[in-house]
Design a protein around this ligand. Structure first.
Ligand SMILES: C[S@@+](CC[C@H](N)C(=O)[O-])C[C@H]1O[C@@H](n2cnc3c(N)ncnc32)[C@H](O)[C@@H]1O
Length: 214
């Protein structure tokens, strides 16, 4: 979705950081071999994630929804030297692909993969986090918030992707099988109302929310 004129969007990308070569290769191979390649964050949003992570300079990152590892590698760019990134995905067919690219990067030893349902795995992680990226099944965004918030350090950041859902969050009625749109509407309202965080929605790509724990 383009929130600004397409040629201005192109200008924004052209005047932002270049995409690292490894991420270009990961994108190419994802498009060649993996279903639903449009799920990966991509050049511009990836550079935004990298920049936010560098500003936060986290010791620990949690990512919910690894897919082929693009956003994990962007977020890892901001990790402290001894920091770790834990990333969770339910699709076991992606594990080898992710590891191949993590190990080609300079962050391989800092990135820990977890296979399974994030709602089962998060409570078992004996850690607190400085930065969390939520980018998995939209129906569970509110549940992810509830299991994460007590494990987010004060000043820590939750980034939530796809919060504008191609503009569908403005709709008042939904198709019968559309469970994502109402879930995202509830999630956006939850973030706005919860006094433990301060929140801004950025109209980047499909909508990216930054919530900071007070
Ligand atoms: C949009 S993709 C993630 C894209 C990735 N963050 C990126 O930017 O490159 C969503 C991923 O969430 C995973 N997923 C869906 N439901 C999940 C769940 N309950 N627990 C863990 N992962 C889940 C899917 O398998 C899929 O790989």
């Amino acid at each position: 979705m383009h929130f600004i004129a397409e040629n201005l969007d192109d200008y924004v990308v052209e005047h932002s950081e270049n995409e690292p070569v490894l991420l270009q290769q990961l994108t190419r191979e994802t498009y060649q071999k993996i279903l639903q390649p449009r799920m990966l964050s991509g050049h511009y949003q990836g550079r935004v994630l990298s920049m936010i992570s560098k500003l936060v300079n986290p010791k620990s990152i949690l990512e919910i929804g690894t897919y082929t590892g693009y956003s994990a590698l962007c977020l890892a760019e901001g990790l402290q030297g001894s920091g770790t990134l834990h990333t969770i995905d339910i699709n076991e067919e992606l594990v080898y692909f992710q590891r191949k690219y993590f190990d080609r990067s300079e962050y391989g030893s800092q990135i820990h993969q977890h296979l399974g349902d994030a709602l089962d795995i998060i409570p078992k992680l004996d850690k607190t986090f400085d930065l969390v990226f939520i980018d998995a099944d939209k129906e569970n965004y509110s549940n992810y918030f509830h299991v994460i918030i007590d494990r987010l350090n004060t000043g820590g950041i939750i980034l939530s992707d796809n919060v504008l859902w191609s503009g569908k969050v403005l709709e008042k009625s939904f198709k019968k099988d559309d469970t994502s749109t109402p879930a995202l509407i509830r999630y956006n309202a939850l973030l706005k109302a919860d006094t433990r965080v301060e929140t801004v929605v950025l109209p980047i790509r499909d909508g990216l929310t930054i919530s900071r724990k007070i």
